[in-house]
Design a protein around this ligand. Structure first.
Ligand code: RIB
Ligand code: CA
Length: 369
């Protein structure tokens, strides 16, 4: 599904603003201020319906396994997007994960093969050429559903108004496409819990984290939608390294899921070592999933976050305000009808600012066991 900016030759900022204004108008019409944040785990034991949008991806594989082994979540769908590797790999990799976890009951749909406006940038250096650290799992027998991911997301949200939390752990292209196809949908999505962004520097450029770097326009649409967001960014994820000691504990579990996860982690770590890189795999995506499972793992802080979409050096940057007026850059010319120079602060997301690393790995290793 190739997205064409409505009205022909809009520039980037107009494209994003046109999508967001429609959604914001529909959202402001009906969402009470201060509604509960869906990213917060439920106090009661009721099951939470989620859709996971993913670009597997080493850490995505861990996130999918954690989610599929967690009874607190009713996974209504898994949707694949291009990101770490192209869609022709992320989709079958998602299907491989549902087979490894014996959860072929979960519908899997393919989505965007490229960002809304930009050329796809992938990350085989971090995930291996096949996206799973180079581990060759059998080709999946399970077929994806025929629906495009964005259509499936929009349909399920309409089917379960107010109940579905979106859990994107890759570039936000599919989510933005779904929101653009049905702007009114934003008012019946209780929350988004995403892996992405950073308030302390990027991992692709000094400014941008990979998921927002790949598709800044999609990220801007999501952050302008008015849906309450829990942003699990590099500020906390950089602390959850799958070190050898933790990997040995995972390998001690002789289950199919733990062994598959450990094989992926061992293989990508060996790739890093061959490339002279001393680091360990960082489990960004499962940390985002854990925010839905255990409230004590993450400390969340209210921010107003906007996404840079025009900077040649900074596109994809998540710019956070803790308080005070939200300002755009100094004007280059006298402007009429442009975004106001400043707007009063209001929080549009909760950002992960602290993490209990030990507690996270106890949960992860236990659930994959
Ligand atoms: O920056 C880390 C994020 O980008 C993770 O979701 C990883 O899987 C990649 O998609
Ligand atoms: Ca990912």
């Amino acid at each position: 599904m190739k997205v064409q900016p409505k009205g022909g030759n809009m520039d980037r900022r107009q494209f994003v603003a046109s999508c967001s204004a429609a959604m914001m108008a529909s959202w402001l019409g009906s969402r009470a201020e201060g509604e509960a944040w869906a990213g917060m785990p439920k106090k009661d034991k009721t099951i939470r319906r989620v859709i996971i949008d993913t670009d597997p991806g080493v850490d995505d594989a861990f996130a999918l396994m954690l989610a599929m082994r967690s009874p607190e979540l009713k996974i209504e769908a898994i949707t694949a997007v291009a990101g770490n590797v192209p869609l022709e790999l992320t989709l079958p990799n998602a299907l491989r994960m549902v087979e490894i976890c014996e959860r072929t009951d979960i519908p899997v749909a393919g989505g965007a093969s490229e960002p809304l406006l930009r050329k796809l940038v992938t990350a085989a250096y971090a995930h291996g050429k096949n996206g799973l650290g180079g581990v060759e799992f059998p080709a999946p027998k399970t077929k994806p559903v025929p629906e495009h991911a964005a259509e499936l997301i929009a349909r399920l949200i309409r089917q379960y108004p107010g109940e579905i939390t979106l859990v994107p752990i890759g570039p936000l292209t599919n989510i933005a496409l779904a929101l653009r196809s049905d702007p009114g949908m934003a008012t019946i999505v209780p929350g988004i819990v995403l892996m992405g962004g950073s308030l302390s520097g990027g991992n692709v450029t000094p400014a941008a984290e990979f998921n927002f770097y790949v598709d800044p326009e999609a990220a801007a649409i999501v952050f302008d939608s008015g849906i309450p967001i829990t942003m699990v960014g590099l500020d906390v994820t950089h602390k959850v390294e799958l070190t050898d000691e933790r990997l040995v504990r995972l390998e001690a579990n002789k289950t199919q899921v733990s062994q598959a996860a450990a094989r992926i982690a061992r293989s990508i770590t060996e790739t890093y070592r061959r490339a002279g890189h001393p680091g360990w795999p960082i489990l960004n995506d499962p940390l985002a999933v854990s925010a839905l499972l255990d409230p004590a793992i993450l400390k969340l802080t209210d921010y107003h976050v906007e996404i840079e979409t025009t900077g040649a050096l900074t596109a994809g940057e998540s710019v956070g305000y803790r308080h005070g007026d939200v300002r755009t850059a100094a004007p280059l010319q006298s402007s009429g009808g442009a975004v106001p120079e400043s707007a009063a602060f209001h929080s549009n997301c909760k950002v992960g600012t602290g993490v209990d690393v030990q507690r996270f790995f106890e949960l992860l290793i236990q659930r994959l066991g």
